[in-house]
Design a protein around this ligand. Structure first.
Ligand code: UDP
Ligand code: MG
Length: 491
């Protein structure tokens, strides 16, 4: 049932108030709201949503509506909860801006003009930031923690509550979200529009009791967090799908630009060529795994400053290097000082020089794959560089070894954007990609155990050899070799 309300002309503001057992406060709320609206000269409507009230509230609302044409009453018929009541009110609201507030006078109506002013600064939602000791210390604390979590998850201000003014656009977004158990604050946070808060003193409830028992608060909070998390997961999946698809040229250029920046500037200590048992082990495992013998023509993609390239050359392979970053290739040249003949190609792996096609016995990479954006494109391009029977092989981190994530967190120069690609280094993902690139005999091996400073010592290397053979932790050994072969039918 809807009453009253001004049905013609643009409305400056709609005030949406969910009502559940608020017979004591409604008249005062209405009086104070009206004073605020009239003092500012706003054209307004007040939408009181009767959320299946079991008390005298509906009778009070009837009376208010018949006395004031600016008051509309929406009856939900049964108790659907504060958040559904608010959404029902939003659906009915016609104002250019919409304020949502509680009916129990904990939210002072006098704050609306300041909230609207802030909204005018270009925000789509402005919360009345909760201040004061308006409820018990325990409730204040749990509320503080819960809001902190929501802030981290979806960016709503830490002091947000259900007293908020919003633009029509925000209201439309909220109404388009399909949430089984809506929680308006989280929905505002997830709407993707700019929000802010200004401090507003919140009052103690003067009559009646909160409609939320501790248990109901806890349950509502958990459901809200679960909803935000599931939404985040969907967002990530969609982004993942988008990344998996062929990327357009602009996106590729942007990715490559970021990759260059990631490696430019100060040289990372671990990229500089050095004599190291640890690095030699990587190369020797690779040579064995990819069946590379002396004299084989090998392309090392993502060779960087050549910490592996030099060792490969020393082992007698005819190695050539390819990297996106010319500055790193210059460093490679400096470091090896012409000791071996190493041809270098500055190019994107997804778009290598035509003249290299069909030339290599092996195309290999050390810790390169997880930096690539479009793996399908890169694998197809790399497969074309192989002679028939040529091997493709990569050494990559094992995403199931959680120490990598600790390293990304703790190492200042590592970022999730730069190195987060390791989560894609899963057996199935890589195997599928290789098969799509028509590679056969795809295989994987894991090895390693100790960090470089231990593996670099003789006793460390001996200990590692024993440790990595223990079956229980095979699945999380830090290094993985992926390999495949270009198979061509004999004509
Ligand atoms: N409310 C509602 N339906 C409900 C519970 C609450 O419409 O099932 C409304 C209530 O009338 C009030 C607002 O939601 O306007 C906040 O409720 P309450 O003051 O009880 O909660 P608290 O301030 O303790 O969070
Ligand atoms: Mg209250």
């Amino acid at each position: 049932m809807t009453h009253g309300g001004d049905s013609h002309g643009a409305m400056d503001i709609s005030v949406v108030v969910p009502v559940y057992r608020n017979a004591d406060s409604l008249r005062e709320l209405h009086g104070r709201l009206r004073r605020v609206m009239e003092s500012k000269g706003f054209r307004y409507e007040m939408i009181f949503v009767d959320d299946g009230c079991p008390d005298g509230s509906p009778a009070v609302l009837e009376e208010m509506a018949s006395a004031d044409p600016g008051v509309a009453v929406l009856s939900l018929g049964r108790n659907l909860g504060q958040h559904r009541a608010v959404l029902a009110g939003l659906r009915r609201a016609r104002g250019n801006a919409i304020a949502v507030m509680d009916a129990d006078l904990q939210d002072p109506p006098e704050a609306i003009p300041a909230l609207l002013e802030k909204l005018g600064e270009g925000f789509a939602g402005v919360f009345a930031g909760r201040r004061g000791r308006y409820e018990s210390p325990l409730r204040l604390l749990t509320s503080f923690l819960f809001k902190g979590l929501l802030h981290l998850l979806c960016g709503v201000p830490r002091d947000a509550g259900m007293y908020v003014v919003m633009s029509r656009e925000m209201a439309a977004r909220l109404l388009s979200i399909d949430a089984r158990r809506p929680f308006v604050i989280a929905m505002i946070g997830c709407a993707g529009l700019p929000v802010a808060s200004i401090p507003v003193e919140r009052s103690v409830r003067r009559s009646g009791t909160s409609a939320y028992s501790s248990w109901k608060r806890f349950k509502t909070g958990c459901l809200a967090v679960r909803w935000v998390l599931s939404r985040k997961r969907d967002d990530l999946r969609n982004r993942g799908k988008r990344m998996g698809r062929r990327m357009d040229r602009d996106a590729l250029a942007e990715h490559n630009r970021r990759q260059r920046l990631y490696y430019e500037g100060q040289a990372r200590a671990n990229m500089v060529p050095r004599v190291s048992r640890y690095l030699e082990r990587h190369v020797d495992e690779m040579l064995r795994f990819a069946d590379i013998g002396p004299g084989d023509r090998v392309l090392e993609v993502g060779c960087g400053m050549g910490r592996y390239t030099h060792i490969l050359a020393r082992r007698g392979t005819r190695v050539e290097g390819l990297d996106l970053n010319g500055a790193l290739l210059d460093r490679l040249r400096e470091f090896h000082g012409g000791r071996y003949e190493i041809l270098l190609h500055c190019a994107d792996i997804a778009d290598p020089p035509k003249k290299l096609e069909g030339r290599f016995d092996a195309v290999i990479g050390f810790f390169t794959l997880h930096h690539l954006h479009d793996m399908d494109l890169c694998f197809e391009a790399m497969a074309r560089l192989l002679k028939p029977g040529g091997r493709l092989a990569f050494l990559e981190p094992n995403p199931y070894n959680l120490l990598y994530y600790v390293q990304i967190l703790l190492t200042p120069r590592m970022t999730w954007e730069g190195d987060g690609g390791i989560v894609r280094m899963r057996r199935k993902t890589i195997f599928d990609t290789m098969r799509r690139a028509s590679l056969s005999r795809v295989r994987m091996e894991r090895f390693g155990f100790l960090p470089p400073f231990l593996a670099d010592r003789r006793w460390g290397a001996a200990m590692e050899a024993r440790l990595e053979r223990v079956p229980v932790w095979r699945a999380v050994l830090p290094f993985q070799l992926f390999g495949g072969e270009r198979f061509d039918d004999v004509q």
